[in-house]
Design a protein around this ligand. Structure first.
Ligand SMILES: Cc1cc2nc3c(=O)[nH]c(=O)nc-3n(C[C@H](O)[C@H](O)[C@H](O)COP(=O)(O)OP(=O)(O)OC[C@H]3O[C@@H](n4cnc5c(N)ncnc54)[C@H](O)[C@@H]3O)c2cc1C
Length: 446
């Protein structure tokens, strides 16, 4: 039995099926929403009008799972209880027995515990059903919207709504949006948002929502009241673990379901993957919950292979993420300054400005690269990139270096490619690593 029929759940189901045929293993997936196997990542682009219709985001329908994989996917069916003694899940008034259970319940958008937060017109964006509700809301021709919180989904949604001609304010409690970046890099993102016409309000906390007849009409902040027709929550997500927790499936210290490297929970025959569970962070050496499709699909693959009788292990994460905000590409991997400190590292940093192509080559764009390395050892700890087209995917070089525990000394000598249409002679990755090496040599600035 699979609970939650999206990235983690359905990848596990299909991988298990590849190893065990329908006569050997019956697979039933329960999905409380109306869609399965979809790319939630595409929702902001549908809202923006860049992608034509939510149905384009559906990778495989329940009918296709049935005909191609002999997997019985049941939509509109919420699992309300897991009974580990009985080894059954409660759904639609009946108990469905299982031998193996895959929990892939995802994450839920954090809803602030503030007056009026349950009003109509306040949206978290997580599932395709949320996307459909938001599109229906756009039919009402909203004029003004507020995005609460500057997480990457909030920023993508802000941009999408601007493209729809809506006046957007972004209210962020912290010093800069995009708290997964260090504030100096987040400031570049804030500038890009302002350039798009978004009213970016930082160091300003939302204190409540005012409603008329149950529908949100204004957002109250520490500094004033913003009239709105629509609110989008962008303060992040938390793992959706209530069902598992009630059943007694142990959680880890970061609040996600605790799993081992084979995606096994502590309960025999119960597996978990995706946004609802923890991953091991290879740099901080700690369990973390990082809600990304990249991890969910890999967790699902590992769980499914193991459920099917094979052997697979998940190698962990290094915290790599990329997104696009206006014309800017934003990427990060490893640890930021605060995270490095919390993990017990003393870090030095280096920030460089460079270009995506040779300086003279048509279409070359600016980018800023920041690198963190451990003082004295020079071990790479993290990197962040903000720049225009051609900037962001360079983060994958840093991610690979982090994955392999490289130092800045190793990194600055890497044999990276060069020709004028692709990079300056010294790729920005190498320039940043060189400067980080200088910083390691010099030690901390007193
Ligand atoms: C707007 C947006 C943009 C994103 N962009 C990116 C991106 O660019 N890159 C990236 O890597 N990731 C991105 N993500 C994150 C990515 O979509 C998720 O990490 C991924 O979908 C997680 O997969 P999952 O299977 O763990 O959970 P989900 O995709 O959330 O699926 C869980 C499913 O479980 C169902 N469910 C929950 N409880 C029950 C129950 N009790 N009974 C039955 N069904 C249940 C839910 O309805 C849901 O369909 C984005 C997410 C959003 C929302």
């Amino acid at each position: 039995v699979v609970i939650g029929a999206d990235a983690a759940g359905m990848t596990a189901a299909t991988q298990a099926r590849r190893r065990r045929g329908p006569d050997d293993l019956e697979i039933v997936a329960f999905e409380k929403g109306q869609h399965v196997s979809y790319s939630a990542c595409g929702i902001p682009y549908v809202v923006a009008g860049d992608v034509d219709g939510l149905e384009r985001l559906v990778v495989r329908t329940p009918e296709e799972f049935q005909s191609k994989n002999q997997i019985d996917v049941r939509t509109g069916q919420e699992v309300t209880e897991i009974d580990l003694e009985r080894r059954a899940v409660h759904v639609n008034g009946t108990w469905e027995p299982f031998d193996q259970l895959m929990v892939g319940t995802g994450a839920v958008p954090i809803r602030p515990d503030l007056p009026g937060a349950q009003s109509v017109g306040i949206y978290g964006v997580q599932t395709l059903d949320d996307g459909a509700a938001l599109l229906a809301e756009l039919e009402r021709k909203p004029q003004r919207a507020v995005v609460v919180g500057g997480g990457y989904i909030g920023l993508e949604m802000a941009e999408a709504m601007v493209k729809r001609g809506i006046e957007v304010a972004l209210v962020e409690r912290g010093p800069q949006p995009m708290a997964t970046l260090d504030p100096d890099m987040g400031a570049l993102v804030a500038d890009a948002m302002r350039g798009l016409g978004v009213d970016v309000r930082t160091n300003e906390a939302v204190v409540g929502f005012e409603a008329d007849d149950g529908r949100v009409r204004a957002v109250a902040t520490e500094h004033g009241t913003l009239p709105v027709d629509l609110v989008v929550l962008g303060i992040g997500v938390r793992p959706n673990v209530a069902l598992a927790e009630r059943a007694g499936i142990p959680l880890g210290p970061s609040g996600g379901i605790a799993v081992d490297r084979r995606q096994r929970t502590e309960v025999p025959g119960v597996w978990a993957g995706g946004d609802c569970c923890e991953s091991f962070h290879r740099v901080s050496r700690r369990p973390v919950v990082i809600a990304l499709g990249t991890h969910a699909n890999k967790h699902g693959r590992v769980a499914g292979i193991n459920i099917g009788g094979g052997y697979a292990a998940f190698g962990g994460v290094v915290g790599t993420a990329v997104s696009k905000v206006c014309d800017y590409e934003v990427a990060r991997t490893g640890l930021g300054e605060r995270e490095a400190e919390r993990a017990g590292f003393e870090a030095v940093t280096a920030t460089v400005e460079s270009t995506t192509r040779a300086g003279y080559f048509p279409g070359t764009k600016q980018l800023t690269v920041k690198v963190l390395a451990e003082r004295r050892s020079g071990r790479l700890l993290g990197a962040q990139i903000v720049g225009r087209e051609g900037a962001a995917k360079r983060i994958d070089v840093f991610a690979t270096a982090l994955w392999n525990n490289m130092t800045v000394d190793d990194a600055l000598g890497m044999d990276l490619s060069y020709a004028p249409p692709f990079a300056p002679l010294w790729d920005p990755v190498l320039i940043a690593a060189r400067k980080a090496w200088d910083a390691v040599e010099a030690g901390p600035v007193s």
